[in-house]
Design a protein around this ligand. Sequence first.
Ligand SMILES: Cc1cc2nc3c(=O)[nH]c(=O)nc-3n(C[C@H](O)[C@H](O)[C@H](O)COP(=O)(O)OP(=O)(O)OC[C@H]3O[C@@H](n4cnc5c(N)ncnc54)[C@H](O)[C@@H]3O)c2cc1C
Length: 407
Amino acid sequence: MRALICGAGIAGLTLAWHLERAGWRVEVVERAPAFRDGGYMIDFYGPGQEVAARMGLAGRLEEARHPIDELSYLDRHGRVTSRLTTPPAFRSVVSLLRGDLARIIHDDTAAPIRYGTSVAGVEQDGGSVTVTLTDGTTTEVDLLVGADGAHSRVRDLAFGDGAASLRYLGHHVAAYLIGDAGLSREVGRRYRMLTVPGLMAGAYALGDDRLALLFLRREPDPALPADPAAALREHYGRLGWILPGALRAIPDDLYYDQVTQVVVDRWSAGRVVLLGDACQAVSLFAGHGASMAMAAAWVLADELSRTTAPAGTTRPAGATGATGDGVPAALARYEARMRPVIEDVQAFGRRFVEWMAPSSGLRITARDWLIRLAGLPGADRLFLRSMSPSGHRLVTGGPGRPVADRL
Ligand SMILES: Cc1cc2nc3c(=O)[nH]c(=O)nc-3n(C[C@H](O)[C@H](O)[C@H](O)COP(=O)(O)OP(=O)(O)OC[C@H]3O[C@@H](n4cnc5c(N)ncnc54)[C@H](O)[C@@H]3O)c2cc1C
């Protein structure tokens, strides 16, 4: 069986990892000219972490982790208004760069990746998909996977331009890395966040003079500014703390986007399927996008292997269930298993908006009190549970039950 995966991100690489071990011939196309390193910090936990452990990647995740000793909130002058020393229950959360997570999966995957290439055309008959690539070549495969992010090209080509709605969550987000020993020392091994109504600026020091910065801004208009770096300076430039220095050094690879969730009526059409943010973006407010992308890749690989596992090849570790009836049916089962989980995590993300980016001084004060309460003995577990939507339990089967027992 042959698969073409569009997008060498967390979802696409995880699926490639599983399919090649199940005996598929897998090729990946990626729009970026080279592997996408760096990016922004993510907190990685929940079902994706269990999938990574089953892939034997836990040790590498631990090596890539940037430990955080404290979470603290600052006012517009940089004065701490509340802080929480990282409680024991939070030690399972792995904070690392998105690019490092992708690199770890990539390094354990053999599938060839064609960089600087995307999908330009898709045609299918019942038995296969013919894909025209932007380099002018054509390939015929049994499965085309759109793992090309929230603004998916495969989705537009195979499902039609209006197939997805982007649910705008009222914020713009920006992130970048800078190298600055002085600012890194000032931030230390803490996640520090300055909040004023409608604006949040966060910083993590990575321990090697690099600093990861994250900006969130309440904005009713989803349209992106013509000059994102200038917009950041305009909105955050008058705030204090490390921001004047950090805003002087905005790099060319600045990440800037609307905060959205992706909603698509159906996740597959014939032999074309969507995966990861392309169909299930939950937004950074939910904080589980990478984790859910890996979980979804695991479920998809499991359903495909039920259908197609050739003799002598392996199914994802722990997978169970009878063999099925062809690729389109496997894609429908994948959607049936994942969609309720994603809807739950998306709803959780929408409830979290006021927590991450409070809209008023009163809400900032309430958030500070909650942070102080979370520091009381035993409260950390409740706090961590409040960060874990019940959809986690739908995927993992509940605390203590490994992901594969349920999926
Ligand atoms: C600021 C921020 C903070 C976040 N924090 C967290 C967090 O704390 N925890 C967490 O779990 N998740 C977090 N996320 C979400 C997480 O990063 C995403 O949900 C996850 O990366 C989705 O994986 P993916 O493979 O679907 O998309 P991506 O990892 O974005 O990969 C998509 C790939 O497709 C490529 N591509 C795009 N278009 C095309 C095209 N036309 N042709 C070919 N290739 C294409 C891209 O270059 C990219 O390599 C955060 C996201 C942001 C923006």
